[in-house]
Design a protein around this ligand. Structure first.
Ligand SMILES: [Mn+2]
Length: 293
């Protein structure tokens, strides 16, 4: 299927100064990138935009291709597996890249966690790894992870937030008791309730900030940025000292993150061409059921 790609202008992130780039270009022109990052393709589900993805892979070559998780939907396998020719073409295009010398690195996500025990091995020339460090052409080091690693932390924070008001009332009572005990032992005043209130407030903010959490992880590792997927929202923005990059998904947005020879990073959106009247006779069934991140 033919597609039209347009470049989403990078956010104001203080990267290399913008060059005179076309904002719209035809997908029929083959493009070469230093690196391509894609994730959340959810092969094995009806939601996967496999035709567009196969088209994108066929027309975009690269030195390194990162598959940033949720590529194959193993959760769907347990329920009802869906496969079609377009999905086979996606696999074929990935293997063709391997044959052509592209380094393909697969970082499994939560939907393809069944592959995680095989991290450190290679299959059909595809390296499977729990996480990777990508070095851009201009020397920046980016952590490459799917992002579900933080679900536990965020889920715990959500639980803490729900516990919030009840716990705070109990904490006020406990605080008074604690204060009395500490005073008899000669310790200075320390407010448990104030600490708890602060912790719960932090927890609520944590839930809302997957992006911040992932970025913080990269910063803690002393890296320049992080590339992830998982939440199906393509994004390039600076968070604190690091660059947060999310390559989006191939269920709804059909986006990839690409790096050029100079280390410039941007989001590429691969979209369905506007149907001409000749095609309107065919009724397309649109897949609207959201895939869980
Ligand atoms: Mn995921």
């Amino acid at each position: 299927m033919a597609g039209i790609a347009w470049l989403v202008p990078p956010a104001q992130i203080g990267l290399t100064p913008s060059r005179s780039r076309p904002t719209v270009h035809c997908a029929r022109t083959n493009s070469y990138h230093r690196t391509i990052f894609i994730s959340d393709t959810h092969l094995g589900t009806r939601g996967c935009k496999a035709e567009l993805l196969a088209d994108f892979l066929a027309k975009n070559a690269c030195q390194t291709l990162y598959l940033v998780g949720d590529i194959v939907d193993g959760w769907q396998l347990r329920r009802r597996w869906y496969w079609n020719d377009a999905q086979s073409r996606v696999v074929h295009e990935i293997l063709r890249k391997v044959d052509e010398g592209t380094r393909v690195i697969f970082v499994p996500g939560n939907h393809d966690e069944f592959l995680r025990p095989y991290c450190g091995r290679s299959y059909a020339g595809i390296e499977v790894t729990r996480e990777a460090i990508h070095e851009t052409a201009d020397g920046r080091r980016l952590l490459v992870i799917h992002g579900d690693q933080f679900d536990g932390v965020i889920a715990l924070a959500k639980w803490l937030a729900h516990l919030g008001s009840w716990a705070y009332d109990r904490a006020l009572q406990l605080n008074e008791l604690l204060h009395r005990v500490r005073r008899t032992m000669g310790f200075p005043y320390w407010s448990l309730s104030a600490w708890l209130k602060h912790a719960v407030k932090d927890a609520v903010e944590y839930v809302c900030h997957f992006e911040d959490t992932v970025a913080q992880a990269a910063e803690l590792h002393g890296l320049d940025g992080v590339v992830c997927g998982h939440i199906h929202q393509a994004q390039i923005r600076r968070i604190g000292k690091v660059l947060y990059l999310n390559d989006g998904d191939w269920v709804e947005s059909c986006t990839a993150l690409v790096e050029d020879a100079r280390g410039h990073l941007e989001i590429l959106r691969w979209a369905t061409p506007i149907p001409t009247p000749a095609y309107t006779g065919t009724t397309a069934v649109r897949e609207t059921a959201p895939i869980p991140a």
